[in-house]
Write a protein that binds this ligand. Sequence first.
Ligand SMILES: *[C@@H]1O[C@H](CO)[C@@H](O)[C@H](O)[C@H]1NC(C)=O
Ligand SMILES: *[C@@H]1O[C@H](CO)[C@@H](O)[C@H](O)[C@H]1NC(C)=O
Ligand SMILES: *[C@@H]1O[C@H](CO)[C@@H](O)[C@H](O)[C@H]1NC(C)=O
Ligand SMILES: *[C@@H]1O[C@H](CO)[C@@H](O)[C@H](O)[C@H]1NC(C)=O
Ligand SMILES: *[C@@H]1O[C@H](CO)[C@@H](O)[C@H](O)[C@H]1NC(C)=O
Ligand SMILES: *[C@@H]1O[C@H](CO)[C@@H](O)[C@H](O)[C@H]1NC(C)=O
Ligand SMILES: *[C@@H]1O[C@H](CO)[C@@H](O)[C@H](O)[C@H]1NC(C)=O
Ligand SMILES: *[C@@H]1O[C@H](CO)[C@@H](O)[C@H](O)[C@H]1NC(C)=O
Ligand SMILES: *[C@@H]1O[C@H](CO)[C@@H](O)[C@H](O)[C@H]1NC(C)=O
Ligand SMILES: *[C@@H]1O[C@H](CO)[C@@H](O)[C@H](O)[C@H]1NC(C)=O
Ligand SMILES: *[C@@H]1O[C@H](CO)[C@@H](O)[C@H](O)[C@H]1NC(C)=O
Ligand SMILES: *[C@@H]1O[C@H](CO)[C@@H](O)[C@H](O)[C@H]1NC(C)=O
Length: 389
Amino acid sequence: MDPPLLLLSFLCLCITISNAADILHNPDFEIPPTNTSANSTSQFLLLTKSNTIPGWLFNGTVWYVSSGPNISLPGNGHAVQLGENGNINQTFRATDDYRQYILTFTLTARDDDCFNNATAVNVSVPERSRVFSLLGHFGKNQWETYAFYLGDWGSKRDSIKLEIIRVTTNTASNVTCWPIVDNFLITRHVMPRWYDGNILANGGFEIGPAFINNSSDGIILNEEPEIFNSLLQDWSIIGTIKYIDSNHYKVPEGRAAIELVSGSPSGIQIDLTLTVGSTYILEFMMGDANDSCVGDFIVYAQIGTTIENFTVQSNGTGSAQKQSMTFEAEFTRLTPISITSSNETRSSDNVLCGPVIDNIVFRPFASYAVKLKLYIEVSSLLLTLLILL
Ligand SMILES: *[C@@H]1O[C@H](CO)[C@@H](O)[C@H](O)[C@H]1NC(C)=O
Ligand SMILES: *[C@@H]1O[C@H](CO)[C@@H](O)[C@H](O)[C@H]1NC(C)=O
Ligand SMILES: *[C@@H]1O[C@H](CO)[C@@H](O)[C@H](O)[C@H]1NC(C)=O
Ligand SMILES: *[C@@H]1O[C@H](CO)[C@@H](O)[C@H](O)[C@H]1NC(C)=O
Ligand SMILES: *[C@@H]1O[C@H](CO)[C@@H](O)[C@H](O)[C@H]1NC(C)=O
Ligand SMILES: *[C@@H]1O[C@H](CO)[C@@H](O)[C@H](O)[C@H]1NC(C)=O
Ligand SMILES: *[C@@H]1O[C@H](CO)[C@@H](O)[C@H](O)[C@H]1NC(C)=O
Ligand SMILES: *[C@@H]1O[C@H](CO)[C@@H](O)[C@H](O)[C@H]1NC(C)=O
Ligand SMILES: *[C@@H]1O[C@H](CO)[C@@H](O)[C@H](O)[C@H]1NC(C)=O
Ligand SMILES: *[C@@H]1O[C@H](CO)[C@@H](O)[C@H](O)[C@H]1NC(C)=O
Ligand SMILES: *[C@@H]1O[C@H](CO)[C@@H](O)[C@H](O)[C@H]1NC(C)=O
Ligand SMILES: *[C@@H]1O[C@H](CO)[C@@H](O)[C@H](O)[C@H]1NC(C)=O
């Protein structure tokens, strides 16, 4: 790593963290629509002429629904269901500094069988959109939690319109499978920061989408090859992975980790420029999430064209162990570093599960590490001088 980069990382530490939740008004639809006489156990069609949903604009067929025998929602409460041409939108304000905006939300339907694109929404902000469809088998609940990278809006624009539109599919879809959306939570990522002894900024996956209250199922992260659009700061996402929190899962370190759930393959990747002739060491924690995921986990760690596999027999009770591999860089070029799993495992209740990966450390071996330490000391000195001047 270059000294300027290190210096930058020290400067970043000076920027205060603000991870304000609830950037949106009425994100969970618990403030009921106006001009309705219905009570909390019923559901009703909203009319644009007579009803408004506090915080939101809507058009088309939109129902205000409550959790009950046919609708399961995290923490119960209320949500909206989008029917024919149904759409909702809300405008929020971005602050004028560097911020990556991330949305977390839940999607559900009235029936367990609404998979294969029968239940889908298009979530968009200016210049970015993504279709999310109910996948099934990624958690114990009927609803699923997804995340969407909204962009780095700092200084570009102060007013951003978030829109959710029902996607009409060719699969015959009736009211049973109309998408029900809830719990829109927008948070901001802080600038990447590096710590002594690790070239990776977010090796512990602590910087990712926010977990919603009352959800014990983690967040489904879809494939994202572009590192700058990533929900997991600094990582691109291969296949589908699950972002899990320490409140509901066994996480090796910190408050979050990733579970490689989809097989075929699933994992994370970063591309780094390595120094020719230097030896590097890759270390990571590999375990299970204490989610009754029993089986033989095989994880492939790849640096450039060198692949090593790591096998762990999981009894599903939340154990973890440290794994490591060394690599000697023969060329100075952008080198992909990835950790993936190719096997699909299911728990006894048919939920997709797999190996948990956390605390990835990538650093130069031995002598180079001494140089790195020197760089850090010089950088701190420079920073001190800067402050004094
Ligand atoms: C609420 O709605 C349910 C079902 O529509 C009805 O049975 C109940 O009487 C209503 N309660 C009140 C207080 O209006
Ligand atoms: C309530 O609905 C009626 C028609 O159903 C409409 O005339 C009236 O403006 C609405 N009031 C509010 C506060 O939205
Ligand atoms: C938001 O919804 C309102 C009502 O349907 C509509 O007039 C407006 O054009 C929508 N905004 C966007 C950006 O779609
Ligand atoms: C609402 O939807 C109707 C029918 O799809 C359309 O004609 C109308 O222009 C829309 N209104 C707004 C404000 O977008
Ligand atoms: C639940 O769904 C069944 C079958 O679609 C329907 O008969 C029943 O009325 C629904 N119950 C409620 C409370 O919506
Ligand atoms: C769902 O839709 C996506 C994108 O439109 C498509 O690639 C995929 O094959 C569809 N899946 C099914 C099961 O129809
Ligand atoms: C999703 O919505 C955005 C914005 O309205 C649109 O540009 C995009 O084409 C839509 N994508 C799909 C697959 O419908
Ligand atoms: C609606 O779709 C669901 C799921 O595909 C199906 O079980 C149900 O029978 C359908 N209902 C009607 C009235 O077509
Ligand atoms: C989630 O829970 C925290 C702590 O209990 C609370 O402060 C926060 O307001 C809750 N957020 C939502 C969106 O309900
Ligand atoms: C794992 O690596 C060993 C030794 O390099 C190799 O023999 C074995 O085939 C690999 N297993 C898998 C599943 O790739
Ligand atoms: C599961 O594995 C852990 C560590 O390998 C061990 O401590 C624990 O006793 C095992 N539990 C069962 C039920 O086998
Ligand atoms: C895991 O996947 C590999 C390659 O697809 C396959 O050879 C192996 O049998 C699988 N192992 C298990 C335990 O399913």
